[in-house]
Design a protein around this ligand. Structure first.
Ligand code: TYM
Length: 409
């Protein structure tokens, strides 16, 4: 499959050589007081600055129109700029219109339970699968989560892998067009490709891209080609270079930069990406994260816990009702407003909510009640589908085999 003479060159719109821009990620930039890496997201993220820093491209109205030509509509995540940045999205849409179908590729590092933040890229991935009628590879990097955190053991990660698979299936992907790859179980599908990738990435590049140091364990250093490999697996499966589109939050971008740098050298297309923002945590500062349980609404939370977490959440409101009435609130920093905006309110409702909050006529308690009313049935529905998913696992696995967790039924 790998053809050194296969001169694939297209949509090569990286602003600089990818590995040159990568290390900016780890530079303490004076005007930038936030951090976004695959392992850490913190601070007040300025997404326009992030586009500049990472060397990605804004999703323009033209691209949204290109989408609309195919889907006949504009998905709210595009309209409200939840997905805000990309690489080669315009190219991949053009290829699709010319009959060159792409594969979708997304993933999860199974170090904990699934929260609303994780669901966002998956909901959009399902939407694209349905509208474009395309295949999906879904990778679970259990190896990554073992190697990158001293506290994680393989047994615990295996339990979360199973739990996460139920969530993935519950999203409603088409089993005939979706393959789940669990790294430690299905490494044979990835290993030959990952070797081709690893051979072409120097330690120096890996250090500047991922911030590895002398104290990083060598498993960490060797891991990135495993996450890159599914970018090229569709070409191996289809026996011809096949475009790949990756929907994910922008924290995963460093992986795609090194992948894009070497893709053409081994006869494959550079993977295209569509990047989302982060859903903030329920507690102040930072993204929703499974390592901070109080910051997240999990798909396994029961209704009482959901209600308690939402009631305790940080908001953009004033300390007292009278001050709120007088000064108004700050919806821009309010997670409750964000969840409602991105998951439940329509455009009109969201604008109205924003204005009423700012004008002081809407109180935080009102928004919290609205969120509780919407999020409880949403999570309950996922829980119902997770139960059904227990009987569907082997339909989704790339090797067609079950995971042997039947005892959890
Ligand atoms: P992980 O498990 O950290 O995250 C899974 C997916 O969820 C996104 N994400 C979020 N999106 C919005 N708001 C949040 N608060 C939030 N937290 C996480 C991530 O961007 C990701 O899309 N190394 C990866 C696993 C992986 C992968 C992939 C991810 C392997 N191959 C291909 C995306 C695409 C990881 O640990 O993701």
């Amino acid at each position: 499959m790998i053809n050194e003479n296969n001169n694939i060159s297209f949509g090569n719109k990286d602003k600089k050589n990818n590995t040159q821009i990568i290390n900016q990620n780890f530079i303490d930039n004076k005007n930038i007081n936030f951090t976004v890496t695959p392992w850490e997201v913190k601070g007040d993220i300025d997404y326009n600055k992030l586009i500049e820093k990472f060397g990605t491209f804004e999703i323009t109205t033209n691209i949204i129109e290109q989408f609309k030509k195919i889907t006949g509509e504009i998905h709210p995540f595009l309209k409200n700029k939840y997905f805000f940045s990309h690489r080669d999205l315009d190219w991949i849409l053009k290829e699709y219109q010319n009959g060159n179908k792409f594969y979708l590729y997304t993933g999860r590092g199974p170090s904990g339970l699934i929260h609303l933040g994780h669901l966002m890229p998956w909901l959009f991935t399902k939407y694209i699968q349905d509208k474009f009628n395309v295949k999906l590879l879904f990778q679970l990097t259990d190896d990554e989560k073992f190697l990158f955190n001293d506290k994680n053991d393989l047994e615990m990660i295996d339990i979360f892998t199973y739990e996460n698979v139920l969530d993935i299936i519950a999203i409603g992907f088409d089993s005939a067009k979706t393959n789940i790859i669990i790294d430690t179980k299905h490494i044979n599908y990835l290993y030959p490709i990952s070797l081709e990738i690893a051979k072409r990435i120097t330690f120096s590049t890996a250090k500047s891209v991922f911030g590895f140091s002398n104290s990083s364990n060598i498993g960490m250093i060797g891991f990135p080609p495993i996450q890159s490999a599914p970018c090229f697996l569709p070409s191996v499966i289809e026996k011809k270079p096949t475009p790949v589109l990756i929907p994910a939050a922008i924290d995963q971008d460093p992986y795609w930069r090194i992948t894009r740098d070497i893709a053409e050298k081994i006869g494959y297309y550079k993977p295209a990406q569509i990047h989302s923002k982060f859903i903030p945590g329920l507690i102040n500062n930072g993204k929703m994260s499974s390592s901070k349980p109080d910051s997240a609404l999990f798909t396994k939370d029961d209704p009482e816990l959901i209600e308690k977490k939402v009631k305790n959440t940080f908001t953009g409101g004033q300390p007292t009702v009278s001050l709120q009435r007088k000064l108004g609130g700050n919806a821009d920093i309010c997670p409750v407003y964000w969840y409602l905006k991105y998951l439940f309110d329509n455009e009109e409702e969201s604008i109205q909510r924003y204005n009423n909050c700012k004008g002081g006529s809407l109180l935080c308690g009102d928004c919290k009640n609205d969120l509780i009313k919407d999020v409880k049935p949403f999570i309950k529905d996922i829980q119902r589908k997770r139960e059904k998913a227990k009987d569907m696992i082997k339909e989704f696995m790339i090797d067609g085999k079950d995971l042997g967790h039947k005892d959890k039924k």
